[in-house]
Each structure stands twice: as structure tokens, then as C-alpha cells.
Design a protein around this ligand. Structure first.
Ligand code: B16
Length: 217
């Protein structure tokens, strides 16, 4: 029986990929490097430094690790400026209804995100109030499809992996949830591809997948 539901952030509870794209594009423009939407799409669910390698694919010169670290800091500064304008209205439609209802139904809820800015995003959107735990880029080292972030979230809510559901929009995220031994729920891109054990088009459909735990007894 599922006891905890673990959520990816970007692409599931919020859509910040356009803000990531804009911040990377500003950096790429400053460096004179072409950066396309296709490259931006490949940055979804990928760690900051791995995203930078995608941005630098079109670079004519090679950069030192110190220069790359400075580029990542610059991008993050540009990205956080944009995040500071987020409001609860930027949460994915349905999120502010579904999360409290799932809690009311007896599920533990946690975040499982690669982002080191997850805390700021949860605070600005007000979604943090519904989370029992947060596993994010500040406490894991391996990116999805490695299961580390989902296993960390499960440990933080004190629920065995086999009793957790992992909700993700990226194929790598669904693979991570599966590798963790969890029920996977595909949403967005992963949902359209039928990658999850269950696949949904709207967050409201989570209420059909996860009935009250009292009723199931
Ligand atoms: P940050 P998720 C991911 O969030 C984003 O999809 C990805 O584009 C970003 O590079 C990564 O977080 C790291 O974000 O630079 O804020 O630490 O999908 O895992 O919630």
C-alpha cells in the first residue's frame, strides 16, 4: 500500500524551465555561444553543472573548471533574480488543491528535486507548507536516473521505498523512481510517453490514483 508520494519539482509542481532557459541564454549570449530551445529542453531534470556542459556544446574555446564554476554562479544569480518574482499563482494548476487533499487522505508528501533552489521555489509558491520533507540538490550528489534523491526523500519521511510513489515529468526521473523500487507516476512529457507505471495528464488525476488510506483498510 502506498504511504508516501514523492514529487519532482520543475515540470511537476512548477514550471521554471523557461526561467532556466532565459538565464542560460543570457550567459550564452554574453559568451557568444549559440544556445537553442532543444538544448534548453535537454537541461530539464539535469543538474546545474551537467546543464552547463550542454550550454557549452557550441563553444569555440575550452574553459577551465574555475571558469565553469563562475559561469554556473552567474547563471544561478540570473535565475534567482527571476525566481524572486514567483508567486503562488506560478504553481502548476491543481497543485494547491491536490497536495493538501493527499495529506488529508493520510499520505506523507516529500519533494525529490535536483535543484539547489528548491527551498526558495517552495517558499515563493507557498507549496512548502504541504511537504513533510525536502530532498533536493543541497543534500544529494547523484543526478536522476540515479535513485539517490528519491531514496533520500523516502528516508526523510520514514517510509520504505516499496510504499512510495514517485511523480516525475522526465524520463530520467521515472527511471530513478523505478530504480528506487517505487511505483512511478509519469506526468507531462514522461506521462505522454507512457513511461510510468501510471500516467497522468493533470495533477488532479492523482486524487483518482490515491484514495483515502482509511478507505483502503
Ligand atoms: P538548480 P527538478 C532541475 O529541477 C531542473 O529541471 C534542471 O533544469 C536544473 O538544472 C536542476 O534542477 C538544478 O537546478 O540550478 O536550481 O540547482 O526537475 O529536479 O526539480
Amino acid at each position: 500500500m502506498i504511504s508516501a508520494i514523492l514529487f519532482d519539482l520543475d515540470g511537476v509542481l512548477v514550471t521554471t524551465d523557461i526561467l532556466h532557459f532565459q538565464a542560460w541564454k543570457e550567459l550564452a549570449d554574453r559568451l557568444g555561444i549559440p544556445f537553442t530551445r532543444e538544448q534548453g529542453d535537454r537541461c530539464r531534470g539535469v543538474s546545474r553543472m551537467a546543464s552547463l556542459e550542454i550550454v557549452l556544446e557550441g563553444a569555440m574555446e575550452t574553459y577551465t573548471d574555475a571558469e565553469k564554476a563562475a559561469f554556473a554562479r552567474e547563471k544561478n544569480r540570473r535565475y534567482r533574480q527571476r525566481l524572486s518574482a514567483l508567486t503562488p499563482a506560478d504553481a502548476t494548476p491543481g497543485a494547491t488543491e491536490v497536495l493538501p487533499e493527499l495529506r488529508r487522505r493520510g499520505y506523507r508528501l516529500a519533494l525529490a528535486s535536483a535543484s539547489k533552489n528548491a527551498g526558495l521555489i517552495l517558499e515563493r509558491t507557498g507549496l512548502g507548507q504541504w511537504m513533510d520533507a525536502v530532498a533536493d540538490g543541497t543534500c544529494v550528489t547523484r543526478s536522476k536516473p540515479d535513485p539517490e534523491v528519491f531514496l533520500t526523500a523516502a528516508r526523510l519521511v520514514g517510509v520504505p521505498a516499496g510504499q512510495c510513489a514517485a511523480v516525475d515529468d522526465a524520463l530520467a526521473g521515472v527511471q530513478a523512481g523505478r530504480a528506487a523500487g517505487m511505483l512511478t507516476v509519469g506526468y507531462g512529457d514522461a506521462g505522454r510517453r507512457g513511461a510510468g507505471d501510471r500516467n497522468i495528464e493533470t495533477l488532479m488525476q492523482l486524487l483518482e490514483l490515491f484514495p483515502s488510506r482509511e478507505e483502503k483498510r
